[in-house]
Design a protein. Structure first.
Lengths: 289, 778, 165
């Protein structure tokens, strides 16, 4: 299982990357390598060119901004994992990162690579979806921004064009004391989630939900916001059987069959994971966790 | 004997090199000028080959050769690998061709080989070999394969029944006719692959000066490999040397002789350059043998007290596309089934079905876990049906200790009567259920249920035939250097063979483990050898090592006595010296006595001994020795996700005397891990066209440390009278009862829903479906 | 030979300057070009962990890196763990005394993973150890003695640190 032959490029600036993308045919960007290298070793992809992003300056950072944070695309997952800023202001992401693969994969894997690869069960993709992140992209015409709801285009295909490079992601923070939970079901520790649920809640003084974001990962071709469920939650103070009944709407979300699970099981798990995540998030929001 | 090494947790000889990165696995071996092989493999489960065009591949830079069957056949004495263990059960001969030429019958079957400057270049060129295939229908299910009108796995073949036989004793018809209760069930047991972390590999080098072909192969059977190569290549046995270097796990499939070994060896001869082939993980999924489906239709007949009157059934066993070993896997299932219990009548009709998949040969347990599964599940059914506690029902049926040795009515494949030589099965079960808190469990279960938690407990016993004979040669020699050299036909694959042999020899010869160097798995070091499988090496090689060491000990004392002018009983061996008891300054060293037996021209040998301070023994033991044990598993099932958590796992085992307790425990625990995988995680999946769907470790799930429970291992020791050391095999024990105990526990946890599990491995999705079905029926 | 690059990489404290084909993985480079065969290949798709090395002090799967990416960096392999030719690191000693290895093929990856883990987590619980090695597959031991070895190593390292303090 050896890679096929390719030409190797290691640009030092974003401008160089964009320049290479404009001139090279059948090129692939190499970030953390945790997704691309297995595909190269299996020869599932046979690029003529590999553009290595690991020496490009200025793409790895975590910066607090006025309304949240901005993360450079080449930021390693482990740096997000150990970031005080992330833990304090983006606890959803902090909780989710522990489920991403293993220590070895997080040491090399990057947030930009994970987002662009767009595996339907990728934890960072679900987080970005739930947080309504904005993706910044550099191309031949300069920079543009993509709202995360528009970022997934098809299975494993993002809105980043072949001649563009994802450079940064901006995350607006939720208010202090917001409710959060990331819950997933995987066959083994560190495996891709069969189904995951990412939840953010704002709850008022009377215990009523005023804002909700729920993303199901691992279901179909991409992460999906459970918008019907989100609407049902607004204005409610969940108790008794309410959440169980509300989460039943997740059973109708589109799901795929694969070697790990049939679609019907995924849909069943969606109702369970969303409910468990909501229970946890609500308990945290109301100080009971 | 008084060296103090037997039965102790001595330091392992293997560790230092392995811990410091100085192991020598087959891919670590280098010869100058080595070329690398990549195989062109069938992408179809079944197809005719119309033609092979290797011109483009041959023209690639760095390519030395591309070989097809047509290129190699003139240099081989035969075109097929005939390896089957003898049995009259075969209905068809389906031996593997060295390379496919007219037809391919499973995805992954090798069709051609590219030899090039690097593996990278070889893979590049292999992609350019154009094979013209005509796809044919593929047979993917063993039951369907035997149905009338099924397409044939081999084009032009008569049908897909490759072998059939039955095993039985007693009057089964009468037993069932007169029984108070009969319970029946159908099971499907899909065992998996071995997936040693090191895949296969072979490097071959021809030395023209010596006219000798040297082959290092990651194999469990170097002598068999040597003999096959000698036969295939038309060379004499002393012109071919096969040695197993450090082997990164074997677990069964590496005992098989493979096409790749023949092709790489021949390529080295033809090219007159060393050739290396290292299997990658994707190849391991599609070309290394594995175990797969068994379909059981079983019935148990019991009296009103739950005592077994009879057991009968049919077994359809999936054989794969070729014969790469024999019928031993289903034979082992049948043979293991009744052993733990007093079963007056038994009959199992077995059919082996061809399918268009990789051949099936033993994986750790070698069919025995499936036989244990069948009877243990039926005992649970009977217990449930009669309202008798599952452990109590078993206690009523276990062969009692006072009946040992217990002559069963079974025979082994070689025709030897199966006699359970020793063991206290009821005591082992007692130990297990006490340790696991069996009698208190019902109360705990009820309390958990009130909390909305579903916990269950399960039990299974096993008896395992170990120490497959007839022998394993060992030579023990005290060298003129004063070190003790041990040579053995056995093959090591991680089970501490070298340490085991050293302990046994050191125990007779001074107790200094540092004095020993042990050579295993080398066809040049011992003329004969069988290798590692069937949990046999401690028993067979250990017995030979002991016998040889005792002979050398006697010789050493005789020579030392002559030199020190005293009688043998007045001497003791300590470290590398032999000294007079009570007068430690009167001594001779190993080096001296070794030299004394080298012979001086014209002089008598000292002490009346014959030449050389050495002895070679091949102790013949035909009867297998039977190990036994009991597993009790406790699980908690998350009924919303179907996830199974193993909260407790007790494993009582009896392997006779333990040579090295820590190593023994390590073998038990390691085997349990395979079985946990086979019960809950590992499943080879195939499409309707025979395409394997799980061909990476991301899809085929080997358990990691987070999925493995802590195993509470308890020992019971019933030494066997069949060898002087009293030892039994233990390498596979952990696989035998584990699936049965786990399934018993899961069903117990889910009994509020009436869940029945008759297909393993079982995934969470299936558990959720069964709970839902159980709820609907309620 | 395809396209090549010159690289300079420090492995186990020793500097190497080599020409390397750009498509060769770091694992193959370490094993075959540098001759350090202690790092093993078990899957070449990033699941088994046998190829784990420390890259600038952080564990990484060397089968998922290109050798050219190592230019200017520092690598620790299993061969660099022992403090001297006839000594064993406390982690290696713990594996030896607790039967933490059988065939030894997964062991180098386990050791490098645990070197990093115990450095960053000197006082782990059993569950933390199991999670730490969840990316390293073993088919021989069932992990139990590896976990015991890691916990024993943690004790030894703490005692060593205590003596040096």
């Amino acid at each position: 299982m050896k890679p096929p032959p390719f030409s190797y490029h290691d640009p030092k600036t974003v401008a160089e990357v964009v320049g290479l993308l404009a001139t090279l045919d059948n090129a692939k960007l190499l970030a953390g390598g945790q997704s691309l290298m297995p595909m190269l070793n299996f020869r599932y992809v046979q690029p003529d060119h590999i553009i290595d992003l690991n020496r490009v300056e200025g793409l790895a950072y975590i910066r607090e901004t006025a309304d949240g944070m901005e993360v450079g695309a080449m930021t390693r997952q482990r740096d997000l994992e150990f970031s005080d800023l992330v833990e304090k202001r983006f606890p959803l992401m902090h909780e989710a990162i522990g489920s991403i693969g293993h220590r070895q994969t997080r040491n090399r894997g990057t947030i930009g690579g994970s987002l662009c690869h767009l595996d339907p069960s990728a934890e960072l993709v679900s987080c970005a979806m739930t947080l309504d992140a904005t993706v910044v992209v550099a191309g031949p015409n300069g920079r543009r921004e993509i709202e995360f709801a528009d970022f997934p285009v098809a299975y494993l295909t993002s809105a980043v064009e072949p001649n563009e490079l994802l450079t940064a992601i901006r995350f607006p923070a939720w208010p202090a004391k917001h409710g959060y939970a990331f819950v997933e079901f995987a066959r083994r520790h560190g495996d891709f989630a069969i189904v995951s649920a990412a939840v953010l809640l704002e709850v008022d003084g009377a215990g009523k939900i005023t804002r909700a974001a729920v993303t199901l990962g691992g279901m179909g071709t991409g992460p999906v916001r459970a918008s019907e469920l989100e609407k049902t939650l607004i204005g409610r103070a969940p108790s008794g059987d309410f959440l169980r009944q509300a989460c039943e709407s997740c059973r109708t979300l589109e799901a795929l069959d694969d070697v790990h699970a049939p679609a019907s099981y995924r849909q069943h798990l969606a109702t369970v994971m969303s409910r468990r995540a909501l229970e946890k998030a609500y308990a945290r929001a109301t100080g009971k966790a | 004997m008084n060296g103090g090494t037997f039965g102790k947790n001595v330091e392992r000889l293997e560790d230092r090199d392995l811990l410091t990165g100085n192991g020598r696995f087959v891919d670590d071996i280098r010869f100058a000028g080595t070329r690398h092989a990549a195989f062109v493999r069938s992408p179809h489960a079944h197809a005719l080959i119309r033609g092979i065009d290797a011109a483009a591949a041959r023209a690639q830079p760095g390519v030395d050769a591309v070989y097809t069957f047509a290129d190699l056949r003139p240099h081989l004495t035969t075109g097929r690998l005939v390896v089957a263990l003898p049995t009259p059960a075969f209905r068809q001969n389906v031996d593997r061709p060295v390379l496919a030429s007219r037809e391919v019958v499973h995805v992954g079957e090798p069709v051609a080989v590219v030899i090039a400057a690097s593996r990278h270049a070889a893979e590049d060129a292999a992609a350019l070999v154009a094979v013209d295939y005509d796809a044919l229908p593929a047979v993917v299910d063993a039951e369907a394969a035997l149905a009338p009108g099924s397409p044939t796995v081999h084009h032009g073949g008569p049908h897909n029944l490759v072998a059939a036989f039955d095993l039985g004793f007693g009057d089964v018809a009468a037993a069932f006719a007169g029984a108070a209760h009969v319970f029946g069930e159908k099971f499907r047991i899909d065992r998996g692959g071995s997936h040693s972390i090191e895949c296969r590999g072979v490097i071959a080098s021809y030395d023209a000066n010596e006219d000798r072909l040297t082959v290092y192969s990651s194999t469990q059977t170097p002598h068999a490999c040597m003999r096959m190569l000698a036969d295939l290549l038309g060379r004499d046995e002393n012109q071919v040397r096969v040695a197993a270097p450090d082997v990164g796990g074997g677990f069964g499939p590496k005992l098989v002789f493979y096409q790749e070994e023949a092709v790489v060896a021949l390529a080295a001869l033809l090219l007159r350059r060393p050739v290396k082939w290292i299997e990658d993980r994707r190849e391991h999924f599609i070309s290394t043998t594995q175990e797969r489906d068994q379909v059981w239709d079983a019935e148990i007949a019991v009296d009103a007290q739950g005592r077994i009157r009879g057991f009968r059934g049919t077994l359809i066993h999936e054989h794969g596309a070729y014969t790469a070993r024999g019928v031993n896997v289903p034979y082992g299932s049948a043979a293991a089934l009744t052993l733990g219990y007093e079963v007056p009548a038994f009959r199992l009709d077995i059919k082996l079905a061809l399918t268009n998949k990789v051949p099936v040969t033993p994986v750790r347990g070698a069919g025995q876990p499936q036989g244990v599964f069948a009877i243990e599940r039926m005992l649970d059914r009977a217990a449930h049906g009669l309202g008798i506690d599952r452990a109590e029902l078993r206690r009523r049926n276990l062969v009692p200790a006072d009946k040992m040795p217990y002559r069963t009515q079974l025979k082994t494949r070689g025709g030897m009567q199966v006699v359970l030589d020793s063991g206290d099965f009821p005591a082992c079960q007692r130990m297990a259920i006490e340790r696991a808190g069996w009698s208190e469990f019902k109360a705990r279960q009820a309390a958990a249920l009130r909390d909305g938690r579903y916990i269950g407990i399960g039990i299974a016993n096993y008896v395992e035939g170990t120490g497959r004979g007839p022998f394993e040669p060992v030579t023990v020699r005290i060298a003129p250097s004063g070190k003790i050299h041990v040579y053995c036909g056995a093959a090591a694959m991680g089970q501490s063979t070298k340490t085991m042999l050293a302990q046994i020899v050191a125990d007779e010869l001074g107790g200094d483990m540092g004095a020993l160097t042990v050579t295993t798995g080398d066809s040049a070091a011992t003329a004969l050898g069988l290798g590692g499988f069937n949990s046999r090496q401690a028993v067979l090689a250990g017995s030979s090592a002991h016998a040889a060491a005792v002979k050398v000990r006697d010789k050493a004392l005789a020579v030392a006595g002559h030199m020190l002018e005293c009688a043998a009983p007045d001497l003791e061996i300590a470290g590398r010296e032999i000294r007079v008891k009570g007068a430690p300054n009167l001594k001779v060293g190993f080096a001296e006595i070794a030299r004394a037996t080298m012979g001086t021209p014209g002089y008598y040998l000292p002490g009346g001994v014959d030449a050389g301070m050495e002895a070679s023994e091949s102790v013949v033991i035909n009867d297998m020795t039977y190990a036994n044990g009991c597993a009790v598993a406790e699980v908690e099932v998350d009924i919303e996700t179907g996830a199974v958590h193993i909260s407790n796992f007790v494993f009582v085992h009896d392997c006779g005397r333990a040579i090295h307790p820590m190593i023994v425990e390590g073998q038990v625990i390691g085997a349990v891990a395979h079985a946990v995988g086979n019960t809950l995680f590992e499943k080879m999946q195939f499409g309707a066209d025979g395409q394997p769907l799980t061909t990476s470790l991301a899809d085929y799930l080997l358990i990691a440390a987070t999925e493995m429970p802590t195993v509470d291992v308890l020992h019971h020791e019933a030494p066997t009278p069949l060898n002087p050391l009293g030892i039994k095999g233990v390498g596979e024990a952990g696989t035998l009862p584990t699936a049965a105990a786990l399934v018993s526990a899961i069903e117990d946890a889910l009994s509020p829903f009436g869940v029945r599990i008759n297909h393993v491995p079982i995934a969470p999705a299936e558990i959720v479906a069964k709970i839902a079905a159980g709820r609907r029926q309620a | 030979m395809g396209e090549t690059r010159k690289i300079a990489v420090t492995v186990n404290g020793k500097r190497y300057e080599e020409d390397v084909e750009v498509r060769v993985t770091l694992a193959d480079f370490i094993r075959h070009q540098l001759g350090l065969t202690g790092t093993h290949l078990g899957c070449e798709h990033g699941v088994c962990g046998a190829c784990t090395i420390l890259f600038d002090g952080r564990s990484a799967r060397s089968c998922l890196m290109l050798a050219v990416q190592a230019n200017g960096h520092e690598i620790l392999t299993v061969e660099g763990i022992a403090p001297g030719p006839d000594k064993l690191h406390p982690l290696q000693q713990a594996f030896h005394e607790n039967h933490g290895l059988q065939c030894g093929f997964c062991t180098p990856g386990m050791l490098t993973t645990l070197i990093e883990f115990l450095r960053d987590n000197p006082d782990p619980t059993e569950q933390e150890v199991r999670i730490a090695i969840s990316g390293n597959l073993c088919r021989c031991t069932g992990y139990q003695n590896i976990v015991i070895s890691a916990l024993d190593a943690a004790k030894r390292l703490k005692a060593e640190a205590g003596h040096q303090a």
